[in-house]
Design a protein around this ligand. Structure first.
Ligand code: HEC
Ligand code: HEC
Ligand code: HEC
Ligand code: HEC
Ligand code: HEC
Length: 390
């Protein structure tokens, strides 16, 4: 080969390698654990500009604030979480970190949590969960994605909070993995990490197509982060087909196929939700006839104390499963129902019930009671069909 071409190839390989390494380094710096404090606010900025409160970002970024407020990132320090933290020692900061490194990661939030456990609540920054600044501010420097059409240097000087450093990490799926992917040495069951969303994505066609977490969960850069708690999002992630309903003599048969067509990882990715496909018969008063009920559960089922995996029936990207209903017609049955029910917080419902019963919750008891009720209200159906029987 021509010498000059060889040089060009080698140089570009080095370039790609250096680029990848610097991206990794930047990600590592951005998400070092625990995060460093912001330090002293720069003196040339106003107190509005240096505030870490999401409601202050909202003064100038109202759309991002509105979307974020409705997302679970802003509710990451809900009753279920605080209810567990209040029974920890105020100065057990290592123990706090084991949870808040994902649920309220800024050092300023860690301090605010300690103060509140001591009874001096000066701020409630920790209660606001994964706040704007947790993703965007390090040592009072603002970071964000590249702008479409770079501002000129002159524009940059005039911007509030001295503009921002644009960096490719915001477009990278690894940006999300600090909190949505366990490290190889962290907790695993049956050879699979307890949180494995990034690796599931990486192994799928979505990674090859470069369709990232952000593309699905932040369409047009919107701060929505809809997931298993959102019926429309879940419907977008799967295709459901119901075929072959038959009523032969006194036997009822039906099939329902569910395929993971648009979820960029396992459906669902966590051990916490449960998806139930069920068929059953009803009498003329729409009362379920229990002995006619048959079901298939899609979930990664683990023991409550996380000691073992009991079953894993989740659907990998593009995988499908068919539920077969086959039962005698009940003498009182007038209709047949096929339903797909989603219980986003199934694991937590049980967990809160056990914790409240075994007495380990003390100061957090009331909050966990509240969390239990909330976890039971999140259930919904993504498919329902009623068939009258002849
Ligand atoms: C006084 C108004 C003001 C406040 C307060 C403010 N910003 Fe900004 N911010 C701006 C302006 C103006 C820009 C430049 C927008 C542009 O050019 O697209 C900007 C840019 C940004 C960018 C980069 C946008 C991009 O296209 O990549 C991020 C990220 C950001 N701000 C985050 C925050 C966060 C987080 C807070 C609160 C902690 C905050 N800002 C508070 C006015 C403000
Ligand atoms: C969990 C991390 C996370 C949180 C929390 C978060 N952002 Fe972002 N933000 C991102 C990512 C990632 C992008 C880039 C998305 C993309 O380019 O697809 C982004 C983009 C932006 C942009 C540029 C938007 C544009 O249209 O160019 C602004 C401004 C911004 N965020 C402000 C905020 C504000 C204000 C809040 C709080 C109300 C907030 N962010 C909370 C991760 C976050
Ligand atoms: C600092 C940690 C952190 C980062 C970074 C982060 N998340 Fe999250 N995310 C969480 C936590 C904690 C929750 C759960 C909140 C709760 O329900 O208490 C969550 C919830 C979610 C949910 C909703 C899940 C559901 O049950 O419906 C989605 C979707 C999501 N994140 C996507 C993303 C994406 C995409 C990114 C990257 C742009 C990202 N997250 C970055 C911590 C993080
Ligand atoms: C590696 C990141 C990470 C760590 C560490 C972590 N969580 Fe979470 N947590 C999450 C994510 C992501 C979700 C959302 C899961 C889902 O959608 O089902 C979540 C959900 C929850 C929920 C249910 C939603 C809610 O807010 O009520 C509770 C409770 C919870 N975590 C408590 C804890 C506790 C207690 C600890 C510490 C012992 C902890 N978490 C450590 C990432 C983390
Ligand atoms: C092709 C689109 C797509 C991509 C890519 C994608 N997701 Fe999802 N995600 C979905 C859909 C649809 C759901 C709702 C169905 C579900 O919960 O499985 C979902 C659900 C979730 C949930 C809710 C919890 C659960 O148990 O399912 C989290 C957290 C999440 N995604 C994080 C991520 C992260 C992190 C990435 C990148 C590594 C990512 N997603 C990539 C489409 C996508």
């Amino acid at each position: 080969m021509n010498n000059i071409w060889l040089k060009i190839i080698i140089l570009s390989l080095i370039y790609i390698d250096v680029y990848a390494t610097s991206l990794q380094q930047e990600l590592q710096r951005h998400w070092q654990q625990p995060l460093a404090t912001q330090g002293e606010p720069p003196s040339d900025l106003t107190s509005l500009e240096t505030s870490l409160e999401p409601k202050d970002c909202a003064t100038c970024h109202p759309t991002q604030f509105k979307d974020w407020s409705q997302s679970l990132h802003s509710h990451a320090m809900g009753a279920g979480m605080i209810g567990q933290l209040v029974d920890m020692q105020a100065h057990a900061t290592k123990q706090h970190q084991a949870c808040i490194r994902c649920h309220a990661p800024l050092q300023e939030q860690a301090v605010s949590l300690v103060n509140s456990l001591l009874g001096n609540s000066s701020t409630n920054l920790h209660q606001q969960g994964v706040i704007c600044a947790a993703c965007h501010i390090r040592e009072y420097k603002w970071y964000g994605p590249h702008k479409n059409g770079q501002p000129t240097a002159n524009d940059m000087q005039k911007l509030p909070h001295n503009g921002w450093q644009s960096t490719p990490i915001f477009k990278d799926a690894q940006f999300c993995s600090v909190c949505h992917q366990f490290k190889p040495e962290e907790y695993s069951l049956n050879g699979k990490l307890l949180e494995n969303t990034y690796e599931e994505w990486k192994a799928s066609r979505y990674a090859t197509e470069n369709k990232t977490c952000q593309d699905c969960h932040m369409p047009d850069r919107r701060h929505l982060w809809r997931g298993i708690h959102d019926p429309d999002m879940v419907k977008q992630g799967v295709e459901i087909k119901n075929t072959d309903f038959k009523q032969l003599y006194n036997i009822i048969t039906a099939k329902l196929t569910i395929k993971n067509t648009g979820t960029g990882h396992y459906f669902p990715t966590y051990v916490t939700p449960k998806v139930i496909i069920e068929g059953y018969q009803e009498d003329k008063n729409e009362k379920l006839l229990p002995e006619t009920k048959q079901q298939y559960i899609i979930s990664r089922k683990v023991a409550m104390n996380l000691s073992k995996e009991l079953a894993d029936t989740r659907l990998a990207p593009d995988e499908k499963v068919t539920f077969d209903y086959n039962a005698k017609r009940h003498p009182e049955a007038t209709s047949f129902i096929l339903n797909v029910q989603v219980e986003p917080d199934a694991f937590y419902t049980k967990f809160y019930q056990i914790t409240l019963k075994n007495g380990s919750a003390k100061k957090g008891k009331k909050l966990l009671q509240e969390a239990l009720e909330q976890s039971q209200q999140s259930n919904f159906s993504i498919y329902f069909r009623k068939q009258s029987l002849r």
